[in-house]
Structure formats: structure tokens, C-alpha cells
Design a protein around this ligand. Structure first.
Ligand SMILES: C[S@@+](CC[C@H](N)C(=O)[O-])C[C@H]1O[C@@H](n2cnc3c(N)ncnc32)[C@H](O)[C@@H]1O
Length: 211
């Protein structure tokens, strides 16, 4: 697992969104940071960043590798940070989809109370509609996913664990209901067209603004 999360480079969607929404000196709360993949890069670019993850193991590794960056063990569902204390919250690489049961996702979204007014929330999630035709899922012959694609959301067994998948409009609606405004999205191959992403991108990055 440590190897898997030790590729310290940004995904194209992350690079594009950080350049567009993050300004030098901004503060970023990097949730579910794993071994600090995005935390390190954000620190190097010049942001004030703190990484939080539930895994003591991964936080221990991140803190040992990067002692100059603040890391903490904790859950995005219960954040011990003051209200309105960060410019941005990041939940990278579909990490919100680990929340179970589903209402814990909403708890995590509500905990973005730590964002300052007009702060940004950037996160990605697994796209249930991509099970219809996305080559990634077709290759895996994931029958459970193909059946789930007719629903708006479901926990689907992929590899060794059950992961949350949802339709883009479902999650946008869920996020807007807790006080965010949807800004834009980037899927695989930097696709920004929502209809293409809906059926082609196995996961999609979204930017929201706190209202
Ligand atoms: C797919 S990994 C992504 C790690 C990292 N964001 C990256 O891109 O390398 C998912 C991460 O979510 C973390 N996680 C799961 N549930 C969490 C929770 N409730 N609060 C914070 N982190 C959580 C896991 O420990 C794991 O590090």
C-alpha cells in the first residue's frame, strides 16, 4: 500500500485546478493525503498545506519523509480545525468514496465548514455511469458495476473492497445541498465536457466554491 501511494506527482486535473484556483501563500487542507503525494507537491509550489489521513501507517511514513510539512491522523468526517480557517480543501484521488455508509460522505462535506467564505473544494469520485461503456471497466469485465450503472449511486465491489460510485449529477446535487456551487470538471484525458465524462471517465475531478 505504501508503494502504491508513493508516486509523488500530480494528476493532470490536479495540476490544472491548482494553477487556476490556488494563489501563492493560500492555505490548503489536504484530506485523505495518504503518504503525502499531493501534500508534498503543494508545499513545493508554495502553499501552506496540512495533510490529514485516517491511516496511522501512511501518516507516519509521510511525516518521516517530509518532517517540515504538518501531518495529522484524523478523519475528514470529524475535523479538529476551526471554522473558516482554510482557503481550500482538497480530497484527491476519489478518497471521499472510502466513506461508509453514505451519510458519512455528507458529514465530510459538512466538515468543509473549515473553508473560508468563497473557498474552494476540489475532489474526485468514482463515476458509476462509466460502467456502461468506459474501456477501463469493460476490460475488467465488472458485471456488478455494469448492473450498478443503471443506478444513481451504489457501493460496488472492485478489487478487494466495496467502493462508492455515483452519477455526476447525483454528487453535484449532494454537494450543492451542503452549501457549495459547482464550478467545473475535468475527467480522463483532460476532458471537460460533462456528457463525455459521464460515460467515458472512470473518475472525474470537480471544483466547487463555498457559498
Ligand atoms: C485512494 S487513497 C488516496 C491517497 C492520496 N490522496 C493519494 O492520492 O495518494 C485513499 C486514502 O483515503 C484515506 N481515508 C479513508 N477514509 C478516510 C477518512 N474517513 N478520513 C481521512 N482519510 C481517509 C485512506 O487511508 C487512504 O490514504
Amino acid at each position: 500500500m505504501i508503494d502504491q501511494y508513493s508516486l509523488y506527482r500530480l494528476l493532470p486535473a490536479e495540476r490544472i485546478f491548482f494553477a487556476k484556483y490556488y494563489k501563492p501563500g493560500d492555505s490548503v487542507l489536504d484530506h485523505a493525503c495518504g503518504a503525502g503525494r499531493t501534500t508534498l507537491r503543494l508545499h513545493e509550489i508554495g502553499f501552506r498545506v496540512k495533510g490529514i489521513d485516517t491511516s496511522e501507517n501512511l501518516i507516519h511514513v509521510a511525516q518521516r519523509r517530509f518532517p517540515y510539512i504538518p501531518f495529522e491522523v484524523g478523519s475528514y468526517c470529524e475535523i479538529e480545525e476551526p471554522d473558516q480557517s482554510y482557503d481550500h480543501v482538497l480530497i484527491s484521488f476519489n478518497s471521499l468514496d472510502c466513506a461508509w455508509p453514505e451519510h458519512r460522505r455528507v458529514d465530510a462535506l459538512r466538515e468543509c465548514r473549515v473553508l473560508k467564505p468563497a473557498g474552494t473544494l476540489i475532489f474526485s469520485w468514482h463515476n458509476i455511469k462509466a460502467f456502461h461503456i468506459s474501456p477501463v471497466y469493460l476490460q475488467r469485465e465488472n458485471l456488478a458495476g455494469t448492473a450498478a450503472a443503471f443506478r444513481d449511486q451504489a457501493y460496488v465491489r472492485c478489487d478487494s473492497c466495496a467502493t462508492y460510485f455515483a452519477a455526476p449529477d447525483y454528487v453535484i446535487d449532494q454537494t450543492e445541498k451542503v452549501g457549495f456551487r459547482y464550478l467545473e470538471q475535468i475527467g480522463v484525458r483532460k476532458i471537460t465536457n460533462p456528457m463525455l465524462n459521464r460515460y467515458v471517465s472512470p473518475y472525474v475531478y470537480y471544483a466547487f466554491r463555498k457559498v
